[in-house]
Design a binder for this molecule. Structure first.
Ligand SMILES: C[S@@+](CC[C@H](N)C(=O)[O-])C[C@H]1O[C@@H](n2cnc3c(N)ncnc32)[C@H](O)[C@@H]1O
Ligand SMILES: *[C@@H]1O[C@H](CO)[C@@H](O)[C@H](O)[C@H]1NC(C)=O
Ligand SMILES: *[C@@H]1O[C@H](CO)[C@@H](O)[C@H](O)[C@H]1NC(C)=O
Length: 734
């Protein structure tokens, strides 16, 4: 109790001090008197009590609300980026107050682009301020209606393309009616935007997280929850979770953000855009996209409260099941179903196995060579590829090919790896080459936040957007993207060694070498003796470092047949003899420099690759991102549909004593078409689990086995690459 009293006093002090900083003293006095001291008192009529609160502060309303009502601009910008523009757009702002938001919107969408804009507010004195404002800016298509939002109707049976509520839902006693009304005003494919205060604890939403669009930072701690709720109640502002809950029950969530007002005592607020909950994309169509099901359902609009439209399909996707449950309970569909793009497949964010990743990805870049994959597998446009996502560089390399695979299923258990790929996909859809180069070539972009909200958000799922909204600015500034994820430790170690050994100049010379000969000289004389010294031997050949920085677990370390040090020597020496680092090997260029160079970089950020991916829809549209284990994903693919599975080195991670290898091989066998191939890499020259493939009937063939002094690809980090083929029809007959 003492603690919360202290908190109240402290916050009040912060509040007043902050207000002082931002407004002239007289404004402040009026504001404080009205907000904290003057009793609103009881009155049966909401208009009377609102007027008692607002009348004397109408003229100072805008100047005092800038710091308090955060996120209004963000909501408007998100609404703009998700809005489907038409020539007859109608916008209704419910509880619009002084019209601040409508004037602000003019900076993002010229108001003249709307056929009509309606501001509805119950306070006559605020409506008066609004009228004068619109008169002053000459906005003749804005109409101010001074009445209760719950009684507002659009003239001439119009429907709104945009309905917004900015800090009004928390002030309206009959909020159920208001949310219902907002939904009723909305055009079939219209957009709703809300920004408001809230408080909520985890226990009250964990059972319905599917529909929320991610729950990053949604939980508000006990002290903050109770304090702010009480505090705002003095002013008849209600932060109870029920308002937001009802909004999210009544409409589908497109994007959702949980924020804190950093200037004013971390008051929690949310920014949300959504739509009519029936306006989900076709559930059966999405199911087909996720599962390769040959049964493409007719595109029936899904009617809420009935499940007759759901086909009874032989393979159940998790999304299909979740959509079914939503229908039975008259809930909105999971937020994945309201997104514009079809890349990200539904996943259950509450599943325990997603919570082991510390809110970050491991790989900021992909550490296998996609050119070699193509040399070995010869992808063509009939292929359906399943591959581990990692940082997605290779999925994009396959998609940028002249004849990209028809479908590429990326699989990763870590949601953040897929968030990273969604960011790349959205960037390829929406950004210029220069912006892409800054983000993924240099790893830095000074305007990341602006691009994210204005251009990328509409192409991302809500959880990916939440994630990048939280970490994006830090990621793309400072040391940049390649100094994030667990792989940053490897890059940092390299930089650190260069620094203490004082060989940065020699490394630059290595990257600038004009020939292999020159490169070999610099390496052998100046870098190798330092890099492969006893100190590095100690630092690198230690299992904690391996796991943390390189993502190499103990089972994999056990696959290595030579000493770890010899393994590293066998990796690096032949590379120097084979590829010029400065122009032919973006993998090691990145390690040495912490960024890519236009001379050597992954194909999706070359001009050609960017052109292929952004101009031809076939490549990007074929990508699906699954957030689950390989087993779980493969189990939900239609049997016999996958032609190529690329499992990277992940089978090295299994224990030879366990059953996981056999389970996975038998699932892969089921999902593969006849003649379908599994490609794998291993740190062993003869991985122990090849015999398990043989037992399941696969034909095994080495695609490359590393010998001392010879590089098998530009990474050369694996001792061998294998292709295991499921017998085709003919083979069975013979
Ligand atoms: C905190 S103000 C926000 C004003 C404005 N949307 C903004 O963001 O600056 C809340 C507004 O809701 C209005 N309001 C509250 N209850 C209302 C109701 N039942 N009908 C219409 N307006 C209402 C108040 O008059 C007030 O202008
Ligand atoms: C919502 O409905 C409109 C028109 O019926 C349609 O064009 C749009 O694709 C729908 N939205 C989604 C997310 O499918
Ligand atoms: C882009 O497509 C062209 C032909 O359409 C192909 O020659 C080229 O290799 C592709 N670029 C990349 C980076 O894959």
């Amino acid at each position: 109790m003492m603690l919360s009293i202290a908190a109240v006093c402290l916050s009040a002090a912060v509040f007043i001090a902050a207000a002082l900083l931002f407004s002239p003293a007289s404004t402040l006095l009026i504001f404080c008197w009205n907000c904290f001291l003057k009793p609103i008192g009881k009155t049966g009529n909401q208009q009377t009590s609102l007027e008692r609160f607002y009348k004397s502060q109408a003229s100072i309303y805008d100047s005092t609300r800038k710091t308090l009502l955060k996120g209004r601009e963000l909501m408007l910008r998100l609404a703009k980026s998700h809005l489907r523009f038409t020539s007859d757009m109608v916008w209704v702002d419910l509880g619009g107050g002084t019209g601040y938001n409508i004037e602000k919107m003019n900076e993002y969408i010229p108001l003249s682009q709307f056929k009509a804009i309606y501001l509805v507010d119950l306070s006559p004195s605020l409506c008066e301020v609004a009228r004068k404002r619109f008169e002053a800016i000459g906005a003749t298509n804005v109409f101010v209606h001074c009445r209760d939002v719950n009684e507002f109707e659009l003239p001439d049976n119009q429907k709104a393309h945009l309905v917004t509520m900015s800090y009004s839902l928390s002030m309206i006693p009959n909020y159920h009616s208001t949310v219902d009304r907002a939904a009723a005003l909305l055009h079939d494919d219209g957009l709703a935007g809300v920004v408001d205060f809230y408080v909520q604890s985890e226990s009250s939403y964990t059972a319905k997280t599917n529909t929320l669009g991610g729950e990053l930072h949604r939980h508000v701690n006990w002290l903050s929850r109770n304090f702010w709720r009480l505090w705002f109640e003095f002013d008849h502002v209600h932060l109870d979770p029920a308002r937001r809950d009802y909004l999210e029950y009544r409409m589908g969530t497109i994007k959702s953000l949980n924020c804190r007002n950093k200037i004013l005592g971390h008051i929690p607020y949310y920014v949300w855009v959504g739509c009519d909950k029936r306006n989900a994309s076709d559930i059966n169509y999405r199911h087909q996209l996720a599962t390769e099901s040959p049964f493409l359902a007719p595109r029936l609009p899904a009617a809420s409260g009935s499940c007759e439209n759901l086909l009874d399909l032989p393979v159940k996707s998790k999304g299909h099941d979740a959509a079914h449950v939503a229908m039975l309970q008259n809930m909105p569909y999971p937020s994945f179903y309201y997104q514009r793009e079809i890349w990200r497949i539904y996943y259950d964010s509450q599943a325990a196995h997603h919570h082991q990743f510390n809110n970050q990805y491991i790989y900021a870049f992909t550490w296998e060579d996609p050119i070699e994959d193509h040399n070995i597998l010869k992808f063509n446009s009939d292929d359906v590829v399943l591959a581990i996502t990692s940082a997605g560089d290779n999925l994009l390399a396959y998609a940028a090919l002249d004849k990209p695979p028809r479908r590429i299923h990326g699989v990763d258990m870590n949601p953040h790896q897929n968030h990273l790929v969604e960011l790349k996909l959205a960037a390829l859809r929406a950004l210029s080459y220069d912006d892409i180069w800054m983000m993924f070539g240099e790893g830095k972009h000074p305007k990341f936040h602006e691009l994210l909200v204005n251009k990328l958000a509409v192409h991302m799922s809500s959880p990916a957007f939440q994630y990048w909204f939280q970490v994006g600015e830090d990621t793309f500034s400072g040391a940049g993207l390649y100094d994030t994820g667990s792989t940053r430790w490897a890059l940092r170690l390299v930089r650190w060694i260069f620094k203490i050994c004082n060989i940065k100049a020699q490394v630059d010379a290595l990257c600038d070498a004009k020939s292999i000969e020159e490169q070999k000289q610099i390496w052998n004389k100046q870098i190798r003796p330092v890099l492969l010294s006893p100190i590095t031997r100690l630092a690198v050949c230690n299992s904690v470092f391996l796991w943390k920085a390189l993502g190499v677990p103990m089972n994999q370390a056990d696959c290595i047949e030579t000493s770890l040090f010899q393994y590293i020597v066998d990796t690096l020496d032949p590379l120097i003899d084979t590829y010029r680092i400065g122009t032919e090997n973006y993998f090691y260029y990145l390690c040495l420099n912490g960024r890519y160079s236009p001379k050597t970089c992954p194909s999706y950020i070359t001009k050609r690759g960017y052109f292929n991916l952004s101009r031809r829809r076939s490549g990007l549209d074929g990508i699906r991102l699954h957030t689950d284990s390989i087993n779980d994903v493969v189990e939900r693919l239609t049997p016999g549909t996958v032609t190529i599975a690329i499992v990277m080195d992940h089978m090295d991670w299994f224990s030879p004593a366990g059953k996981e290898v056999d389970e996975e091989i038998s699932q892969l066998h089921k999902a593969l078409a006849n003649g379908g191939r599994v490609m794998l890499r291993s740190s062993s020259t003869k991985p122990w689990y090849l015999k398990n493939f043989q037992i399941h009937g696969f034909a095994i063939e080495p695609a490359a086995v590393r010998k001392p002094g010879m590089a098998i690809d530009r990474v050369n980090m694996y001792a061998s690459t294998w292709v295991c083929t499921k017998p085709g029809m003919q083979d069975l007959v013979i």
